[in-house]
Design a protein around this ligand. Structure first.
Ligand code: NAP
Length: 294
């Protein structure tokens, strides 16, 4: 899709559910091919929280995995597990040849440092790009699994035919799980990238200059019509629970619709693609492990 900042087009809904379905079919085929060689792709999810949203997300990963022929083990260490217990679990799973992918679920108990603990995930099994080494490799242009959410942003843009090379892109948010890896992935694709955060002096000035805008903040309604150029493509990564049990993104969808060329819905945009890509990273890690000399 080629967008022009000077026109006010119809806004396309950049749906992620059909893409996620196609990705799961691809994962199912990869898992079946691995099964003929005696390998069952196995993902381990380490949990140390009783947070409801986290439990919902883990159930959704486990359900998708089961449907795709990927084994998903949930290692529930209990809310308040000591950091050393979490580290020991990550080290044990990293050393286990039957495990191909490891996810450290957030939030973690108080006193547990995500970046520090994620260093105990072996980079070959770091299917959600949590180990700081993975982000370093991504920044250096070396092979690495990006975090599944960051990969989902690029997968959605590609699927919907949004060109990136030479385009002006802005990323709002600079977390290590979304904002920074998205920026590096866009850079890899020869986009010109601006990263915005809480200290950005004039957010709208930067976002309005973008032909492709990725928002990963966690503040409902942060991005309105005054933040977007006509014809821009917008990926809304934000997931903010509403009092009635729903979910909204960071972009005021009603305000920007009719002005932007395309917008990902929330829910049904980045979320389902993220889960499918986590499974794709796991089957790809299982395939790489099988090819590695012992
Ligand atoms: P995070 O770690 O809290 O980072 C938020 C980022 O937003 C920070 O870099 C922060 O800037 C920036 N920010 C906060 N307020 C801002 C403002 N007013 N203007 C500009 N920047 C601002 O969050 P995250 O983990 O990246 O997640 C972001 C959102 O994505 C959340 O809603 C989360 O639920 C969602 N998410 C969705 C998926 C999915 O699969 N769909 C996966 C992961 C996350 P500073 O660095 O300056 O503090």
């Amino acid at each position: 899709m080629t967008t022009s900042p000077t026109t006010a087009p119809e806004t396309a809904v950049l749906d992620g559910t059909a893409l996620a379905r196609a990705l799961r079919a691809e994962v199912t085929a990869s898992a079946a091919a691995l099964a003929t060689t005696g390998i069952t792709p196995r993902l381990a999810v380490v949990v140390a929280t009783d947070d409801g949203s986290s439990a919902w997300y883990v159930r959704s990963i486990a359900g998708s995995a089961a449907r795709c022929g990927v084994t998903c083990d949930v290692e529930d260490l209990g809310a308040g597990a000591a950091p050393e217990r979490i580290r020991a679990a990550l080290e044990r799973l990293s050393a286990d040849p039957a495990v191909h992918g490891i996810v450290l679920q957030t939030p973690l108990p108080p006193g547990a440092d995500f970046d520090d603990l994620a260093r105990s995930i072996h980079p070959d099994k770091d299917v959600d790009g949590a180990n700081p080494l993975s982000l370093g490799n991504l920044a250096a242009g070396r092979p690495a699994h990006p975090p599944a959410t960051a990969a989902a942003v690029l997968e959605l843009l590609d699927h919907h035919g949004v060109e990136l090379a030479g385009r002006d892109c802005a990323v709002v948010g600079r977390s290590t799980v979304v904002g920074k890896p998205v920026a590096h992935l866009l850079l890899r694709r020869n986009a010109t990238v601006t990263i915005c955060h809480r200290h950005t002096a004039d957010l709208a000035r930067h976002t309005r200059a973008a032909e492709v805008l990725v928002v990963a903040v966690g503040r409902p309604g942060l991005i309105t019509d005054r933040h977007v150029a006509a014809g821009c493509t917008v990926v809304d990564v934000g997931t903010n629970p509403t009092p009635d049990g729903g979910l909204v993104g960071d972009v005021d969808a009603a305000a920007v619709t009719g002005r932007v060329a395309g917008l990902t819905p929330v829910p049904g945009g980045v979320g389902p693609v993220t889960t499918a890509l986590l499974l794709r990273h796991t089957t790809s890690a299982a395939g790489a492990a099988a090819r590695r000399p012992t």
